[in-house]
Design a protein around this ligand. Structure first.
Ligand code: 2P0
Length: 320
């Protein structure tokens, strides 16, 4: 194959990844667990260019240069090294969600890129190998290879891959607070948390515990326990981030108001829990039968999308 197109979806972590043990191999400090979404996909085509003298990258029809191009080209270098094929490539990608607004576009982006590139360069990889490869592009992309629910183990270069885990069916109600470019990238903020947050060690210890509890709760099909672990883990991540020097605060006043409403819904007997990534958007989780009511209750805060567990990374087309 010399051209391949792949699609992958973002994922939202219920137990978060926040910090690296090795930033070259992209090994996380702790394991994490997520649900892959069924909307906001990235579709990426990688076309080998025998005569080109550099890689090119187009996102949503716009030519991309500088740092995003550098990350894509470095990722392609890994695949060139493994495949022995030295050709450069043209990468064309399209995100259906708002880029860099905290809706995990780098997860779907590098997951789709990993699958498309491995095919275009003739590597024949199992899903675990694609997950391992995607990790080198962006940590959270490791999990987007896997359909529905995934656990990504901290591990070492060989074992730090995501695997499917059974969990009770649920919905994610995504409230898009502001689809704006964020001020500090996750990558930078993770570094600053490790270097300056006094709560960093507490974050690591409690996340390791949270993951083990989450795995038990999933095996038991215990939505209540899953929800509690999810919300607590998210709050602890934001607490550790806010305690950086200089501080970083991803949650907006509107985000806090959504968390308050989620708690009020619970107090009123509607079981839902909240989480948020490195941005102001809030994601509520609920049982499938409660999702529409939760979505209605949160609609005043912004655009609301109900998401079900979605597919893993898929090859859409390949050709000579
Ligand atoms: C997660 N996030 O588990 C956590 C929670 C954001 C908050 O993974 O440096 O884009 O490329 O590995 O994966 C976002 O960080 O960072 C992220 P890199 P990534 O989903």
């Amino acid at each position: 194959m010399t051209t391949a197109t792949a699609r992958a979806y973002p994922n939202i972590a219920l137990v978060k990844y926040w910090g690296k043990r090795d930033s070259t191999l992209m090994l996380p400090l702790t394991g994490s667990m997520s649900m892959t979404l069924d909307d906001f996909p990235t579709v990426t085509t990688v076309e080998r260019q025998p005569d080109a003298s550099a890689d090119t990258f187009e996102l949503g029809g716009e030519v991309v240069t500088d740092e995003p191009l550098r990350r894509v080209a470095e990722f392609l270098d890994l695949v060139r090294e493994r495949s022995g094929v030295r050709e450069f490539a043209a990468v064309r990608s399209k995100n259906e969600g708002p880029t860099a607004a905290g809706l995990a576009s780098s997860a779907s982006g590098f997951a789709a890129l990993a699958l498309a590139t491995s095919k275009a360069y003739g590597l024949s990889l199992e899903p675990a190998d694609v997950s391992r490869l995607a990790r080198r592009g962006s940590g959270s992309a490791t999990r987007s290879i896997i359909p529905h629910f995934a656990v990504w183990r901290a591990g070492d270069d060989e074992t730090s891959v995501a695997e499917a885990i059974d969990a009770p069916d649920m919905r994610m109600i995504v409230v898009v607070v502001q689809a704006r470019q964020k001020e500090v990238s996750s990558r930078e903020a993770m570094k600053r948390t490790a270097a300056t947050s006094p709560y960093h060690q507490g974050w690591i210890t409690t996340t390791e515990e949270a993951l083990e509890s989450m795995i038990e709760a999933c095996a038991d099909g215990d939505f209540t326990r899953i929800g509690r672990i999810t919300e607590t883990n998210a709050m602890r991540m934001h607490a550790a981030i806010q305690a950086c020097d200089p501080p970083i605060r991803y949650l907006a006043p509107q985000s806090i108001a959504i968390f308050d409403r989620i708690r009020a819904l619970r107090d009123a007997g509607m079981e839902t829990y909240g989480t948020a990534d490195a941005g102001p958007n809030v994601v509520a989780i609920s049982r499938p039968e409660d999702a529409d009511a939760v979505a209605k209750a949160l609609a005043e805060f912004g655009e609301v999308r109900v998401m079900a567990p979605g597919p893993g990374a898929e090859l859409l087309a390949d050709s000579e």
